[in-house]
Design a binder for this molecule. Structure first.
Ligand code: ZN
Length: 340
């Protein structure tokens, strides 16, 4: 069935245009070739155990999660004082902290390939990093993300993510916080609960549902296989979640990543981000910690370009109907369960 309509994105308060009739349009460029299987250890890799980093520091011979401060940080306490800004402009020191988290010593591994226990350990590491950085002076917000695949510019395939702590809130999270507050004012309801109820009432876009979490391709998805993993309880940040919920979040995210990787013979490329509340957000604010997965391939080896309409105009055109893409992901999930 063709879907061709605008859909309101309640968290970003903007329209998304679903144009599923364009998904199979003639295409002669942007095919991504698969990287050859990487070895489990690469002596030249600066993320492998014992690897030498640009700073000259050698990594520990780690066996589980391994965290270190990024040698090329975008934000750092010792960033230089800014030049005075001319005219109406403003400048500020690029203060903050950037860390790298290697999920596993296995150079050729992948987040989706971690065992259940390894995956739970990664999410607990995200929790502990958030906890420590939120307790430290000078950081208002912790943003955790993984860039996965060459199409999102990853030069080192060693499975890892990044943890940024900054004295200000990143724009998308700030936007979402405002949208959630405006929704409360207008509709006297929690926007996340309203989204969960709307997805449950329809049901077609749900990928995984447990007692504590819901994973779905949102009605308002901006990308064909975009997926939200939303805990059902009102936790603003990872450290507030009980261990039971953290473990469940880990297993649901793992299941979703496996679905994404089983769509085609080649694995998906994606941006994964953990959205959580800044330190000073009022405890009774409705904002909720959740995970957003933005896959960057719209077909096997086919890169989704963010071109004029998206990048120039800020208007997303989604070539895939969220209902159909959710069905494809669920079918891929059946393949996963047959394998295991
Ligand atoms: Zn490596």
């Amino acid at each position: 069935m063709m879907t061709w309509e605008n859909r309101w994105h309640p968290l970003l308060e903007r329209w998304v245009t679903v144009t599923s009739h364009r998904g199979s349009r003639p295409w002669s460029g942007g095919r991504v070739t698969e990287a050859p299987d990487a070895p489990w250890f690469d002596p030249s890799c600066y993320l492998c155990p014992g690897g030498e980093r640009i700073s000259g520091i050698k990594n520990a011979d780690y066996t589980d999660c391994f965290v270190f401060d990024n040698d090329h940080p975008a934000f750092k306490a010792s960033a230089p004082a800014p030049e005075p800004a001319p005219g109406i402009y403003q400048s500020a020191r690029a203060e903050g902290l950037c860390r790298v988290l290697c999920y596993t010593p296995d150079h050729g591994g992948r987040l989706s390939g971690l065992s259940e226990d390894q995956f739970k350990a990664v999410v607990r590491c995200w929790r502990d990093q958030t906890d420590g950085l939120m307790a430290a002076a000078g950081y208002e917000h912790v943003f955790i993300f993984e860039n996965n695949g060459e199409v999102v510019g990853v030069s080192n395939p060693h499975p890892h993510c990044q943890i940024y702590a900054t004295p200000f809130v990143f724009h998308t999270v700030a936007q979402e916080i405002q949208a959630v507050a405006r929704y409360r004012q207008a509709d006297a309801d929690n926007l996340f609960d309203a989204i969960i109820r709307s997805e449950q009432a329809d049901g077609r876009r749900i990928l995984v549902e447990t007692d504590d979490c819901l994973a779905f391709v949102p009605y308002f998805a901006q990308l064909p296989y975009e997926t939200f993993i939303v805990p059902k309880g009102s936790w603003q940040r990872l450290p507030e979640m009980p261990g039971r919920v953290l473990d469940d979040l880990a297993l649901v995210l793992r299941a979703v990543l496996k679905m994404q990787d089983h769509l085609w013979p080649t694995p998906q490329s994606y941006i994964l981000s953990v959205h959580q509340a800044p330190k000073s957000l009022s405890v009774d604010h409705d904002y909720r910690c959740y995970i957003r997965l933005q896959p960057m391939l719209r077909g096997p080896g086919l890169q989704k370009y963010l071109a004029g309409v998206e990048t120039g105009g800020g208007q997303f055109l989604n070539d895939g109907s969220p209902e159909e893409k959710a069905a494809e992901l669920s079918a891929a999930g059946l393949l996963v369960s047959k394998e295991s």
